[in-house]
Design a protein around this ligand. Structure first.
Ligand code: ATP
Ligand code: LTN
Length: 339
């Protein structure tokens, strides 16, 4: 049962590729850890996944897969509401209302837009990619979420959401709750295994870039053993860009074991080199993923399992979203429709 005393939270992941260990430690794991304390809404943000080129043949399959991974990682549908963003039209509608009060300058400042648009040909950068944060703001504000559990890369989008909510409230009267970002202490930014200066990301398709949540043990091990490090042998946390690879492996190890930095450095003080660190990181990653993969396999055997959960989630989420949208329309002065 939903307890009104619990903090309302909302978050989402795009079905834009294979979910990575970064998505797990930065986002999903904290959703699972705190689910009994929250009145929680977790969506598969498929409307965001079409802001860059996508393959219509796999979008639906990927959306179901992401929802299945949420559950396999431990989200309990009795406690947390899991749904697909596009199943609730209020997301698109509120996004338009918010688009019309968003200053263009705010969008042009977004670093994710700058990074992602730089990777594409200028002519193929879509309006959707620029407006991406407005849709994200709509996702959050529709549920009056107080907190948004995300990785470190989403800080700027959360600031944007807060600014936009304040602007709307100021222009049209109190309508939206101002949300806060909730960023984990460890594992908030896992870097690419092939390039520890770039964030690990599911849309980067290089073979040794990321460990995927559904990678089999041999594949995961191979990717970690091949990860880029440096020519030294000292296993310590460090801000030195030269040591970014080792630091990244240590961060991942810390996020998955929950040990302190001191304990981890002590543990590796007698290691013979980076090979020992890589082996241990590979083992903890594999053991973390093993039960998740087993649950996912069972759940995915019949696609109706996931579709059924999503249908229930949609009903619960739509009730709240529709109410907020109605309020926003009213406050903006729209003529009510007669039913
Ligand atoms: P894409 O490459 O398609 O942009 P992504 O892998 O960056 O995707 P998102 O769907 O944008 O993933 O993000 C989902 C969630 O996972 C967000 O909360 C984000 O902060 C978190 N996240 C993504 N990558 C990492 C990472 N490398 N380390 C920690 N958290 C991450
Ligand atoms: N932009 C987010 C994904 C996202 C999201 C949201 C996260 C879309 N809508 C609402 C939290 C709340 C990202 O991680 N790239």
């Amino acid at each position: 049962m939903v307890n009104p005393q619990r903090k309302r939270v909302l978050s989402g992941i795009q079905p834009s590729g294979n979910l990575t260990i970064g998505n797990y430690v930065g986002a999903i794991r904290q959703w699972v850890e705190h689910q009994s304390e929250f009145d929680a809404y977790y969506c598969v943000v498929d409307l965001h996944a079409i802001t860059v080129e996508h393959d219509p043949k796999i979008l639906a399959e990927k959306s179901r897969e992401v929802a299945g991974i949420y559950i396999a990682c431990g989200l309990d549908p009795a406690q947390s509401t899991v749904f697909v963003q596009s199943h609730i039209p209020a997301h698109s509608e509120l996004a338009w209302l918010l688009t019309c009060i968003t200053p263009l300058g705010w969008l042009n400042r977004m670093t994710q837009f700058k990074d992602k648009s730089a990777k594409q040909e200028a002519n193929s950068v879509s309006n959707g990619l620029l407006s991406y944060p407005v849709l994200m703001a709509a996702d959050i504000l529709l549920y009056q979420a107080q907190a948004v559990p995300v990785g470190d890369d989403q800080r700027q989008h959360l600031e944007f959401t807060r600014d936009l909510a304040q602007r709307f409230n100021h222009m049209f009267g109190e309508t939206f709750t101002i949300p806060e970002a909730m960023i984990p202490l460890a594992g908030a930014r896992i870097m690419g295994l092939d390039d520890p200066t770039a964030k690990m990301s599911k849309s980067e398709t290089a073979q040794y870039h990321a460990v995927y949540i559904l990678d089999d043990p041999d594949t995961a091990r191979k990717k970690i053993m091949r990860s880029v490090t440096d020519s030294g042998r000292d296993i310590r946390f460090s801000d030195d860009p030269e040591k970014a690879g080792v630091n990244n492996l240590l961060n991942l190890y810390q996020a998955l074991t929950g040990q302190s930095r001191e304990a981890i450095e002590d543990h590796f003080a007698t290691a013979r080199g980076y090979g020992d660190l890589k082996k241990e990181v590979a083992e903890i990653v594999i053991e973390t993923l093993r039960p998740i993969q087993a649950r996912y396999k069972e759940l995915a055997e019949d696609s109706r399992n996931i579709d059924e959960l999503l249908a229930q989630g949609t009903m619960r989420a739509a009730a709240i979203a529709t109410q907020t949208l109605q309020q926003a329309r009213e406050n903006m002065g729209f003529l009510p429709a007669h039913s």
